[in-house]
Write a protein that binds this ligand. Structure first.
Ligand code: ATP
Length: 429
């Protein structure tokens, strides 16, 4: 069970691109820098407050103690973005699980700041991604997102608004980590997998900031009778995503597969050359290359043979849904969008508008995304919290009575969340 995020997530010291050369021994750990910057921010705020307040020693200490966490407690600020569709429902469920986990942990606290983003926000205020919300995301220690966008809310050129892609680019969250794991044999449409059959347990590492999506906001001339989209791969972008994938593979089963279309597209042939260069830095990891069309076939025929798949932005988008379909659907697929500075965690699914407001969405993908977030925060207690959540989810899903509608059951969002929290209370410490 522990593999779902710890083994799948990059080792914080060794594998986060941009941190090379900073050893696990010498680098400040995330929870230390987070705590340091949090205290600095609070102190600055308090200095500001004190400039308006009558000067008195007791007021100073009262102000300080009101804002600072007690000594020995690490406070993490989480920017919470419920968004549109089923986003608010699954985020609320995951926050209940986060609070139940917090109660099991020692010396950590989660301070939640909620911000409105998405198509609903656009309808109210004309901007799906207001700059104060982006600023809050930059300040936060981690970001938890539900889903954004609504089918009927579109830009004048007809495309849906995609603030989730904009956030990845603005915060340079280039490393899209999408774990695909089968929890119960009855969840997969494939025969012979899970239980006594072959396991399904792989991770798609999706390049998030380049590829075929990167050109989408480029202004286009009106009235043309053709349109083009550019698939952009840079050496820097390809190197850092390939390194992230190899490091992740090194922490798992040491097998990294590039998914490309190098037989047709020059951009993909270039991506393959960079992948081969990076592969030489990881002689202990088995590397291979598979064309994306063949990979669509292989993932259905023999998904258990793959460990880490690294690919271009849109291929990763498509294969993520295929992967989720192999293990029970979008309601079971968590994700992390990681940069060198920021981490955003969200279910791999979208807003599922047909389910919104009905209380029937599966909250597991978002709950598992919270576990990924706790791993990434990299405090011994948050990592323990991640293990607690994973164990609770696995225990819950092992019982065939615990199924939401997407899995053929009749539990609603709240009932499923309650089952997970009950299992969490019983998880070994
Ligand atoms: P969007 O346009 O925001 O991507 P969508 O409905 O087109 O929304 P998804 O939200 O990814 O795409 O949903 C794909 C399918 O998976 C839909 O049938 C949806 O009902 C289902 N689905 C997605 N999330 C969940 C969930 N949490 N629980 C149950 N079913 C889900």
């Amino acid at each position: 069970m522990a593999e779902i995020s710890k083994a799948r997530m990059p080792d914080r010291g060794a594998s986060i691109p941009g941190r090379q050369g900073v050893t696990a021994e010498t680098r400040p750990r995330r929870h230390e820098t987070a705590q340091c910057s949090r205290r600095t921010k609070i102190l600055l705020k308090n200095v500001h407050d004190l400039m308006d307040a009558p000067t008195a020693g007791w007021q100073t200490s009262a102000l300080m103690s009101a804002a600072l966490p007690p000594p020995g407690v690490n406070a993490f600020t989480i920017a919470v973005l419920p968004g549109d569709g089923i986003g608010p429902e699954v985020v609320a469920a995951s926050l209940d699980v986060l609070r139940a986990t917090e109660a099991r942990l020692h010396g950590v606290r989660f301070d939640l700041e909620t911000h409105a983003v998405g198509a609903g926000e656009y309808q109210k205020n004309g901007d799906p991604l207001p700059s104060p919300a982006v600023a809050a995301m930059r300040r936060a220690d981690a970001i938890l997102l539900g889903a954004m966008g609504l089918p009927d809310v579109r830009w004048p050129n007809g495309v849906e608004m995609t603030p989730q892609i904009d956030i990845r680019e603005q915060l340079d969250l280039y490393n899209g980590v999408r774990p695909i794991r089968l929890y119960h044999p009855s969840h997969t449409p494939l025969k012979g997998f899970g239980g006594a059959g072959a396991p399904i347990d792989f991770v798609i590492v999706r390049e998030n900031c380049e590829g075929l999506f990167s050109d989408r906001l480029t202004p286009r001339a009106a009235g043309r009778d053709f349109e083009t989209d550019t698939l952009r791969i840079t050496r820097r972008g390809a190197e850092r995503i390939c390194r992230a994938a190899f490091r992740l593979a090194r922490s798992r089963r040491r097998h990294c597969t590039l998914v490309d279309k190098a037989n047709v597209l020059p951009s993909m042939a270039f991506f393959r050359r960079v992948f081969d260069d990076v592969a030489r830095e990881f002689p202990d990891v088995r590397s291979e290359r598979v064309y994306v069309d063949a990979m669509a076939l292989f993932l259905v025929q023999r998904p258990h043979e793959f460990d880490v798949l690294v690919t271009e932005n849109m291929f990763g988008d498509i294969l993520s849904d295929l992967g989720a379909g192999l293990v029970g659907g979008m309601g079971l697929a968590p994700s992390a969008d990681l940069g060198d500075e920021h981490g955003l965690f969200q279910p791999a699914h979208g807003t599922a508008p047909t389910l919104a407001g009905r209380g029937i969405a599966n909250p597991i993908a978002t709950i598992l995304s919270v576990a990924l977030m706790l791993d990434w925060l990299d405090h011994p207690e948050t990592r323990r919290g991640a293990r607690l959540i994973e164990h609770a989810v696995a225990t819950t899903l092992a019982d065939p009575a615990h199924r939401t509608a997407d899995l053929g059951g009749n539990l609603g969002t709240k009932a499923m969340t309650t089952r997970v929290i009950e299992a969490l209370h019983q998880s070994p410490a």
